[in-house]
Design a protein around this ligand. Structure first.
Ligand code: G3P
Ligand code: MG
Length: 245
């Protein structure tokens, strides 16, 4: 079964990277959740996509410069729709609590390409181990050096390489970095490479695929998971979810 990984939660219908978006994703048939991990000025791991606060949290400044208490005082839902006013920027621990005890994949994308959060890898690995979610978590990042660091810290936790453009034999590169999966932008995926990756023991999980025809095309290419804003659309295509009226 192809895994349905909800990109930032059910981000088509809820404010991205909030607990309501993660809950909703599971209700809509997602078998996995993708989220973006950053760090507050006092070293707490928080779930937010942008390095700055203005788009989704209605405040000035950078996540890295804000204390956790301040981040928690912000509204992460109102920008999307006023019915979501009062949603908070979640801590990583809140999401780990939601996932624990469920058969759900958790893709933690470390957003450390622009801001090099010191000590982030250690904190993420520590939390995943403390919650006992080593087998359910895939750590991904556009910062591949950070993924190598994660793998050294925690050989038991899968890592996945994020990239935008086509690479030459990306499965060879993944093997060299001891990564388990490729997370390519959807236009960087080809049928031949999906097959070759699998033959090398590397799975392929493209992002962000929302159009039903594109989802179908990716499934036809044989990918093992799809990162999507619309888990319900994908579940319906797979026949595993029928919306109730
Ligand atoms: O992890 C897949 C995808 O989320 C990467 O891009 O910018 O949406 O975090 P972005
Ligand atoms: Mg992401």
């Amino acid at each position: 079964m192809v895994e349905i990984i909800a990109h930032r939660g059910a981000s088509a219908v809820c404010p991205e990277n909030t607990m309501v978006a993660f809950d909703r994703a599971l209700q809509l048939g997602a078998t996995g959740i993708e989220t973006d991990v950053q760090m507050s000025s006092d070293g707490r791991l928080v779930l937010i996509h942008d390095e700055t606060l203005n788009r989704t949290a209605g405040a000035e400044g950078w996540v890295k410069n804000a204390a956790y208490e301040h981040l928690r005082s912000l509204d992460a839902g109102y920008w999307f729709d006023e019915q979501f006013a009062g949603e908070r920027i979640p801590s990583l621990e809140e999401l780990l609590d939601l996932i624990r005890g469920k058969n759900t994949l958790l893709n933690l994308e470390l957003k450390n390409g622009i801001v090099g959060y010191r000590g982030m890898e250690e904190k993420v690995v520590h939390a995943v181990r403390e919650w006992g979610l080593e087998e359910q978590v895939i750590i991904s990042s556009f910062n591949h050096a950070s993924l190598v660091k994660c793998k050294r810290l925690a050989p038991e936790i899968r890592t996945a390489l994020l990239y935008m453009e086509k690479l030459y034999r990306p499965y060879d590169y993944a093997a060299k970095l001891e990564a388990s999966a490729l997370h390519p932008y959807k236009w960087a995926v080809t049928r031949e490479e999906v097959a070759a990756a699998l033959a090398h023991g590397i799975t392929v999980h493209p992002f962000t695929v929302n159009d039903p025809a594109e989802i179908r095309a990716m499934m036809d290419m044989g990918v093992q998971a799809i990162i999507t804003d619309v888990p319900d659309v994908m579940a319906a295509l797979m026949g595993t979810y029928a919306p109730t009226q």
